[in-house]
Design a protein around this ligand. Structure first.
Ligand SMILES: [Zn+2]
Length: 215
């Protein structure tokens, strides 16, 4: 299901719980940025949404991966030059090592680093958020108060820290880093997304009160 979240911000929310795929997001504000394209064989859902916006794949300027798990990243192989691809260097090295034999991971055109990121006229903040994986990032778009969390936090939940490269105390620190941001839209990697500052803060409180004891 594709929905418009805010001006120039679209969500492709995955709803088939029989299949493992992530939510994908499109920023269409001057440049077009696709966040977490998902599994390759499940990409038609995103494709359908892009079609309805009259956006072809070669019009996407940048594909951003929050982390390297195939349910977030695999479909990046559908994109060709001039589309650029980016993820954190630590994550790239981690996923090539872990899954390089299992699926093809293109080399990023540039790496994400903690701090400011400018794409076209838009400013973002990259937040290093290890714990689910060693090089996971969250992306904050201040102009829309939108936080793309990947598998760091979900609605009423958190990412797994027990997969290879996971670390519970790192995940807790990462969540603490993003809790203080001014967030209107919490754009999670799986399950529902959330809008409304109060609902987002409440969600962080639930995570802190309930889920932190498991990390
Ligand atoms: Zn993941």
């Amino acid at each position: 299901m594709m929905m418009k979240v805010a001006d120039g911000l679209y969500a492709f929310i995955w709803q088939d719980y029989a299949q493992n795929n992530c939510n994908s997001y499109l920023i269409d504000s001057g440049k077009k940025i696709l966040i977490d394209p998902g599994h390759k064989h499940l990409f038609p859902l995103v494709q359908k949404g892009l079609d309805s916006l009259n956006i072809s794949l070669d019009m996407i300027d940048v594909v951003v991966a929050t982390h390297g798990h195939p349910d977030h990243l695999e479909a990046v192989s559908l994109f060709k030059s001039p589309t650029k691809f980016t993820m954190h260097q630590r994550e790239y090295e981690y996923i090539v090592d872990l899954a390089g034999d299992y699926y093809k991971i293109p080399e990023p055109d540039f790496y994400l680093r903690q701090g400011d990121l400018t794409i076209g006229d838009e400013q973002f903040e990259v937040i290093e958020a290890p714990g689910h994986t060693p090089g996971s990032i969250c992306l904050y778009w201040g102009a829309r108060k939108a936080l793309f969390t990947g598998d760091v936090v979900f609605q009423q939940g958190i990412g797994r820290a027990d997969l290879p490269g996971g670390n519970g105390s790192h995940l807790k620190e990462s969540i603490r880093k993003i809790m203080g941001l001014d967030v209107e839209h919490l754009l999670t990697g799986h399950g529902g997304m959330m809008s409304g500052k109060k609902a987002v803060q409440e969600n962080f409180h639930v995570i802190e009160d309930y889920w932190f004891r498991y990390l």
